[in-house]
Design a protein around this ligand. Structure first.
Ligand code: ADP
Ligand code: MG
Length: 730
């Protein structure tokens, strides 16, 4: 029953192997270093060796089992138990040969990270010995205790059972001595408790609606449309010993205190700079582990801020991309520790220094690899392109708030709109050429470039659309970059599932509305033209190519009626707008209860994070900063007293003493106020979010201001933790 449940969610083939012909990886990254022969990596040889991928299945499973598995995946039918048993046996043999002693159902609960519980393969034989066993039942279904995972009220605490079900479209792999089986996670009553299940539903949904459109353009071959995603991951690396000395970093992942260092990133000397040796050996190690796991790690470089870096994999299907991004984040952390580094995935580890985001590149293509956001060579292909483009623009405009809410997160509040990341206002960047084309479609005028012809969208009449001729606009939250859209609002620590669920669902919605109209049309060309023209006309307001960081854009966006949800507290309630609930329920992505649960969980996460941060500040202020200031004050007092007794001038010490005392008092007062305010948090989660936003965050700023001033005034030898200069320029 559970397997049937899960298989019916999604019928896909192994896209990861199909979509990606493996490219040889350039060795130029390593050019500045030479490695002894024994350390030279044979990348094609190690690539994917720890993955039970389609090629391995074909090689290791009996032919009939492999065929049965393939046909189940293709048709979405239930995997017979004897087939599951044979696959489990093959998997176990393969995994134990790679040193695995355990297996784990690996899932993505609504914490945003992954969860795993390991069971060994051992089975007693009755005579004091064991054999290694793994059954089909154990492969397809697990029953972890769900009570410690957020459910947003979906699962009453007395019914703690949760279930995991194998996602046969994502490859199992071996890591750290365990066989990892990617799974979906849901409650006893069948509600999803994870991020994978709705993502798989949305992948199916957008495929179904996109295929309807393709049929109208005479494409009878395409069986599935594939959502492809490439997620660029930014991160910071800090020396482990310095990190360990800061309670704020250890407890919250970011610095809650820290005066600005004399040097920041103003010289632009870090971006694409030479990678320091310690970091480059970390990166080499990381790449090797990722490649072994079949993850297409491609690009690595230093980012804008000191100690900041980026890793970009080659894109793959959205489900695999989401699994891979989770693995990338987890392995980055583990691998950093091995190199005496700590990997920070927080959106804003340092005030005044660029934070980290995750660019989510998203596109749709057919199962034969035709990119549907690529302007084509023929008028028909271009008309199809314009239909997909129009649907995307309409979807983003209609569901701005939904998209915005998927990235609402405490850490991201420091980033969005802070002149380093896109604003909280959603808009779409298309570039000059495409804008000119859309303009002429709206106005019914001639499109002058590159051919002078009347622009009518129809299968027979449409000029060529130039490809990617524009500059990239780095300030746009959602930019068209040639054949894909780059969504730049995601925070670096966040799961990529939610925004992709939103993008797929809004796309499916508009495509389905389009298909409803076009399928009934008597004159297809005319209907197509009218539809595209009307869509562009009605949704022009979402298009913006200017500077997204500017103040004028905020005003202009307000005039256009675009939503500007500038903080998590403001954004999250928009999540459960009736129109958004209606959308996800109609498309079968979430039930209303599931969707409301996400809202509750996101709200709760925000409240908890701010609460922990505020309490950490109080703790550090009382136990570290105030004592440091007091000790230094004491030494100044001694100095002033001694000098006075000798009649020596002590203007500097007296002034310092004065200022230190003022800010010591200021810090003490701010901490006392905070302690009081923390006692008054409203019980209701929504009210609490506003309270944290309005009262607690402001109080945190007050504490920080006083403490950072004290840092500037205090002798370094008295200061209790490494400063920004120590951390960023080690
Ligand atoms: P930039 O840093 O300029 O944004 P990168 O080349 O670093 O660009 O990253 C672009 C990302 O987009 C890569 O992960 C790449 O694989 C991905 N990408 C390219 N084509 C597609 C596509 N059709 N669908 C999804 N992602 C894509
Ligand atoms: Mg990018």
């Amino acid at each position: 029953m559970f397997l049937g449940h899960i298989l019916s969610l999604h019928f896909r083939v192994f896209l990861n192997t199909m979509m990606l012909s493996y490219n040889a990886f350039s060795m130029e990254f390593f050019a500045e270093r030479t490695y002894p022969m024994s350390e030279i990596l044979n990348v094609p040889e190690i690539f994917g060796t720890d993955v039970f991928n389609e090629a391995t299945m074909k090689q290791r499973l009996p032919g009939a089992v492999y065929d049965a598995w393939k046909s189940c995946i293709a048709t979405g039918s239930q995997l017979p138990l004897d087939v599951a048993n044979e696959i489990a046996e093959g998997m176990k043999q393969w995994a134990t040969e790679r040193g695995a002693t355990h297996y784990t159902h690996w899932f993505q609960p609504m914490t945003g990270i992954t969860a795993e519980k390991h069971d060994s393969f051992i089975s007693p034989t009755g005579d004091g010995r064991v054999i290694m066993e793994f059954s089909g039942k154990e492969l397809v279904r697990g029953e972890p205790d769900a009570s410690s995972f957020p459910s947003g009220g979906l699962r009453a605490t007395f019914e703690a059972r949760g279930y995991t079900a194998w996602d046969p479209t994502s490859c199992a792999f071996v890591k750290d001595g365990s066989l990892y089986i990617p799974t979906c996670f849901f409650s006893y009553t069948g509600e999803c408790l994870d991020k994978k299940t709705p993502l798989l539903r949305s992948i199916d949904d957008v495929s179904r609606e996109a295929v309807r459109i393709l049929r109208l353009f005479g494409d009878s071959d395409t069986k599935r449309v594939i959502c492809s995603v490439g997620a660029e991951q930014e991160y910071f690396l800090l020396p482990k010993d310095l990190y360990a000395q800061r309670e704020d970093l250890r407890l919250t992942g970011r610095t809650l205190f820290g005066a600005q260092p004399p040097k920041g990133q103003e010289l632009d000397d870090h971006y694409f700079g030479t990678i320091r040796t310690r970091v480059s050996s970390f990166m080499r190690d990381l790449d090797e582990q990722l490649w072994r796991l079949g993850i297409l790690s491609k690009t690595k470089h230093n980012e804008g801020a000191p100690c900041q870096h980026e890793l970009a994999p080659i894109y793959t299907d959205a489900n695999t991309a989401c699994d891979d991004n989770q693995l990338i984040m987890a392995i980055m952390k583990k691998c950093a520790a091995k190199h005496n580094l700590v990997c920070l995935l927080h959106e804003k580890p340092f005030a005044g220094i660029s934070g980290s985001g995750k660019h989510n590149n998203w596109s749709l293509s057919t199962d034969s690899g035709k990119n549907l956001f690529s302007p084509g060579k023929t008028p028909s292909q271009n008309a199809r392109f314009l239909v997909f483009l129009a649907a995307f623009i309409a979807g983003v405009d209609d569901y701005q708030d939904f998209l915005r809410c998927t990235v609402a997160y405490a850490g991201n509040d420091h980033r969005l709109g802070a002149n380093e990341a896109p604003p909280a206002i959603i808009s779409v960047f298309l570039g000059d050429e495409l804008n000119a084309i859309i303009r002429s479609i709206i106005d019914g005028t001639n499109y002058q470039e590159p051919e002078k012809s009347m622009l009518r969208i129809g299968v027979d009449v449409l000029p060529a659309i130039p490809k990617d001729t524009t500059d990239r606009n780095r300030t746009s939250p959602l930019a068209f970059t040639g054949n894909k859209f780059e969504f730049r609002m995601l925070g670096s620590s966040q799961s990529i599932a939610e925004p992709n669920i939103a993008l797929n669902t809004i796309m499916a919605e508009e495509l389905s509305r389009f298909a409803d109209v076009l399928e009934k049309a008597e004159d297809f060309d005319k209907a197509l033209h009218d539809l595209v023209c009307e869509t562009f006309t009605n949704h022009q307001r979402i298009l913006f190519d200017g500077n997204g960081y500017s103040e004028e854009w905020k005003q202009e966006a307000a005039r256009r009626g675009l939503s500007n949800l500038s903080s998590t507290a403001e954004a999250i309630p928009a999540y459960i707008q009736p129109k958004n609930i209606d959308l996800v329920v109609r498309h079968g992505i979430f039930t209303e209860a599931e969707f409301r649960a996400r809202y509750a969980i996101q709200l709760e996460a925000y409240n908890k994070i701010v609460n922990i941060e505020a309490r950490t500040m109080v703790d550090m202020a009382i136990h570290q900063i105030l004592p440091a200031a007091v000790h230094y004050t004491r030494s100044l007092c001694d100095s002033v007293a001694a000098k006075k007794s000798l009649g020596a001038p002590c203007r500097a010490e007296s002034r310092l003493l004065q200022e230190l005392s003022e800010h010591t008092d200021g810090l003490y007062d701010a901490v006392e106020t905070m302690k009081e305010e923390l006692g008054k948090v409203p019980r209701d989660a929504k009210a609490a979010a506003w309270y944290y936003h309005d009262v607690i965050v402001r109080g945190m700023n007050d504490i920080r201001r006083e403490a950072d001033r004290l840092e500037e005034l205090t002798d370094k030898s008295f200061w209790p933790y490494p400063t920004y200069s120590d951390l960023l320029f080690y």
